[in-house]
Write a protein that binds this ligand. Structure first.
Ligand SMILES: [Zn+2]
Length: 180
């Protein structure tokens, strides 16, 4: 069916938007599922941002979703899945399943994630581009996510998907404040 993407830097309210889309579904008979990558070690089974909470199942592979009889599928932190996994999204769309996926669009160097590129190739019906407040200049124009270790920005040498395990910190920043 249709693919809807919610993209933007850290702290831009992507998960909030995604959860909002699924809140009312809880009270319907529509079979739906919410998922996030098992690589996300920060959240424990519960999905929470801005006070809203919904349960999301952690999965290693999106192919798990193919076996289920769902009408609507939500995926948080989609960029954490390998680009090869996006073939499964194509399969789900062919099965008439609606997919709403949120995630970072660009990595710590400001480059688009291969996973996101693959999603764009599937022809999303709608893309919501979110902005965050730049944590350097405080303008509401942050489009990148700067990654820090010991308060120093890291400009190279990292894998493009970085585990959120407490070693690194993240700041949304605008074009002017982003360091490459
Ligand atoms: Zn700025």
């Amino acid at each position: 069916m249709e693919l809807i993407l919610i993209l933007g830097p850290m702290k831009s309210g992507k998960s909030f938007d995604l959860i909002s889309d699924f809140m009312t579904l809880e009270y319907t008979n529509i079979p739906f599922g919410l998922y996030q990558s098992a690589r996300n070690v920060r959240d424990e089974n519960i999905w929470s941002r801005n006070g809203l909470e919904l349960k999301a199942e952690k999965i290693n592979s999106l192919s798990r979703i193919l076996k289920k009889n769902l009408e609507i599928v939500g995926i948080d932190e989609i960029h954490m899945f390998d680009e090869k996994e996006i073939e499964t999204i194509g399969e789900l769309l062919k099965k008439n399943i609606k997919i709403i996926a949120s995630g970072l669009d660009t990595d710590y160097q400001g480059k688009i994630f291969p996973t996101i590129k693959k999603l764009l190739e599937l022809g999303p019906k709608k893309i919501k581009y979110k902005r965050a407040v730049c944590e350097i200049c405080k303008n509401p124009d942050a489009i990148y996510t700067q990654v820090y270790k010991n308060n120093k920005p890291i400009l190279n040498g990292l894998p493009n998907v970085i585990p959120d395990n407490g070693i690194y910190t993240y700041k949304p920043v605008c074009r002017n404040c982003f360091l490459k």
